[in-house]
Ligand binder design. Structure first.
Ligand SMILES: NC(=O)c1ccc[n+]([C@@H]2O[C@H](COP(=O)([O-])OP(=O)(O)OC[C@H]3O[C@@H](n4cnc5c(N)ncnc54)[C@H](OP(=O)(O)O)[C@@H]3O)[C@@H](O)[C@H]2O)c1
Length: 257
């Protein structure tokens, strides 16, 4: 499919730029589109047979509704959104094009993506998923194909729960009023690593994390579970007696590992 010409909406941003570079390295012509681009979206679609949506999650639905109707059935409409159910459904409803949902499970700053996971949700058409998968495999990515619903369920754990945990820790740390310069002198390697993660989540692109949390259908369930566990810990931990907590941890370890 060397004749593929790709247009990336939001290609001026992190993931869009990453994908543009990957495809350019493979010899494809890639047009990067941002809101300040002089070209209209209609002209971009006319020029390309693959359109990739890579805008913030909160702007994705609106963008799909704008682009989808411009796409003919022979083209591919795909996205890089961190959630899959809503974008894939919208791409199917608002276009006649082939549709593939794609979620790279890493950030755009990672220098070597070999060995990293990427999810594909092929939703309409046969030839484009094969084309995409071949490019991903060639670049050492581990491709997993699942339904958008299954993807979002997995992300409720890998991203929603994980980032909620980081955000909770960061907010609690800020509440304590700790002096970071001072606490650094007492940091353990694990604490240091956690601070690095909190710094990334709180300062690099906080909107991405809040979008990931607020757009997942299972978020409420995850927050309820998190709150329940915290309440359980609150009620079991007594001064000088961690026996119930230890028992709960041993039970969990048996389930997990
Ligand atoms: N960053 C990650 O770690 C990561 C990982 C996997 C998947 N993703 C997904 O990739 C997508 C893009 O995320 P990103 O991190 O690359 O974000 P980003 O760096 O902010 O880039 C998004 C681009 O979209 C454009 N944009 C911003 N607001 C817009 C709006 N209201 N309407 C239309 N275009 C708008 C901007 O370009 P202009 O200002 O030039 O228009 C911006 O460069 C998201 O769906 C995210 O879930 C991100």
């Amino acid at each position: 499919m060397k004749e593929a010409v790709i247009g990336i909406i939001g290609g001026t941003g992190g993931m869009g730029r990453w994908f543009a570079e990957l495809l350019q390295k493979e010899g494809y012509t890639v047009h990067v589109w941002g809101r300040k681009s002089p070209m209209s979206i209609k002209d971009l679609v006319d020029l390309c047979n693959v359109i990739v949506i890579s805008v913030p999650i909160s702007a994705t639905a609106e963008m799909i509704k704008k682009v989808g109707p411009l796409m003919s059935p022979d083209k591919l409409l795909m996205d890089l959104t961190s959630l899959k159910k809503e974008p894939v459904e919208l791409m199917l409803v608002h276009s006649q094009a082939d549709v593939v949902g794609c979620h790279p499970l890493f950030g755009p700053l990672l220098e070597d993506v070999r060995g990293q996971n990427i999810v594909l949700c092929p939703a309409r058409g046969k030839k484009w998923p094969i084309w995409l998968k071949a490019i991903m495999n060639k670049n050492g990515l581990i491709v997993t194909e699942i339904t958008p619903e299954e993807h979002d369920e997995k992300m409720a754990i890998v991203q929603v729960l994980n980032h909620l945990n980081t955000i909770t820790l960061g907010l609690v740390l800020a509440e304590t009023g700790i002096d970071f310069l001072e606490i650094n002198k007492f940091s353990t390697p694990i604490f240091h690593k956690k601070i690095e993660i909190i710094k990334k989540v709180f300062t690099e692109n906080p909107g991405l994390y809040t979008d990931i949390i607020t757009h997942n259908p299972s978020t409420e369930k995850m927050i309820d579970l998190y709150a329940k566990i915290l309440a359980d810990i609150r009620s079991t931990v007594k001064w000088g007696d961690g026996s119930q907590l230890k028992e709960a941890m041993e039970k969990a370890a048996k389930k997990l590992f």
